[in-house]
Design a protein around this ligand. Structure first.
Ligand SMILES: Nc1ncnc2c1ncn2[C@@H]1O[C@H](COP(=O)(O)OP(=O)(O)OP(=O)(O)O)[C@@H](O)[C@H]1O
Length: 288
């Protein structure tokens, strides 16, 4: 186990943002954190990093509490807003962190090549584009060789090239055994990176391992019939239509649909289990 959070509660004024949240993250796990705006994803990350006062709870990495400076050797943060010194170069930033953690110059060079920032690392940050700043921040977040990285909306504002590169980097870090907690609103990207998606709602965390295996509806393809609309009007079971395909509701068994369709002489062409993607799961969970 790398990160352990126990019974974490955080309030802003009287509003409880995090309600008694507990979870663990193991070596090499990528967890996707998904929730609508304003739910508490950033607050959770900031609380883990002791950037927020909390009402109660314990947060440890490798059994070291976040009140201890050693905690920060093992955990890194890629925040959604990058705080960089405009008049310094990228290299200055890397040297600064390397000095604090007593790292060798060689380790800085390795990170520069891994992230691919060599061509501009000696320019001052004020000349960097948003994506270049994000790359520098990523380099800073992996310089200390953390066991886990918290990434708060890391894909925001990145062009397709930078997005592909960051996805590739996440896979590289994963292959090196680094754990990651990634919050994003981009469900397609997340689905590409991991099957372990956690949702947040009303201050609670819903941990659904392999969430994509949640029950998927069936697609019943109907053969063309003149009176089909009329026939389906009387169907007592809930359904959606997509062209000539009837999508079942997961709360009812497919047998019930087939039974009714056959009894009412609706001709069936084929029956398939549709693939449930993350957007479907999200819509179902948040009732969108
Ligand atoms: N410093 C603060 N003082 C008071 N309330 C705050 C403060 N920071 C955040 N909040 C409130 O806490 C709630 C959670 O905010 P948070 O930024 O953690 O959400 P989020 O899920 O990260 O949202 P987004 O997806 O928009 O980034 C929101 O209702 C927000 O208004």
């Amino acid at each position: 186990m790398v990160l352990q959070v126990k019974q974490l509660t955080k309030k802003y004024h009287k509003k409880t943002i995090l309600k008694n949240i507990s979870f663990t993250i193991n070596e090499g796990e990528i967890i996707g954190l998904v929730a609508p705006n304003g739910t508490g994803k950033s607050t959770l990350m900031r609380a883990i990093l002791a950037l927020e006062e909390i009402e109660s709870g314990s947060i440890t990495v490798k059994d070291i509490a976040n009140s201890h400076t050693d905690f920060f050797k093992y955990i890194s943060f890629l925040p959604s807003d990058n705080y960089l010194y405009m008049h310094l170069t990228g290299y200055d930033h890397l040297s600064f962190v390397a000095n604090i953690y007593d790292l060798e110059k060689r380790e800085i060079e390795e990170v520069i090549d891994l992230i691919g920032i060599r061509s501009y690392v000696h320019q001052s940050v004020k000349s960097y584009s948003y994506g270049m700043r994000q790359h520098l921040f990523t380099a800073l977040s992996i310089l200390t060789k953390p066991l886990i990285i918290l990434m708060d909306e890391p894909f925001n504002g990145l062009d397709p090239t930078s997005t592909i590169e960051l996805k590739q980097l996440i896979r590289t870090l994963h292959a090196r055994g680094i754990s990651m907690l990634i919050s994003t609103h981009n469900l397609d990207i997340l689905e590409d990176l991991t099957e372990t998606i956690w949702f947040m709602k009303d201050g609670e965390l819903f941990i659904n391992d392999h969430v994509l295996n949640i029950d998927a509806p069936y697609e019943i393809e109907l053969s063309y019939q003149d009176n089909i609309e009329q026939l389906l009007k009387n169907c007592p079971l809930p359904f959606r239509m997509n062209d000539n395909r009837l999508l079942t509701d997961v709360a009812h068994s497919v047998e019930k649909y087939l039974e009714w369709l056959i009894k009412n002489e609706v001709q069936i062409h084929s029956v398939n289990r549709s693939k449930q993607n993350l957007e479907d799961v999200y819509r179902h969970f948040y009732e969108v």
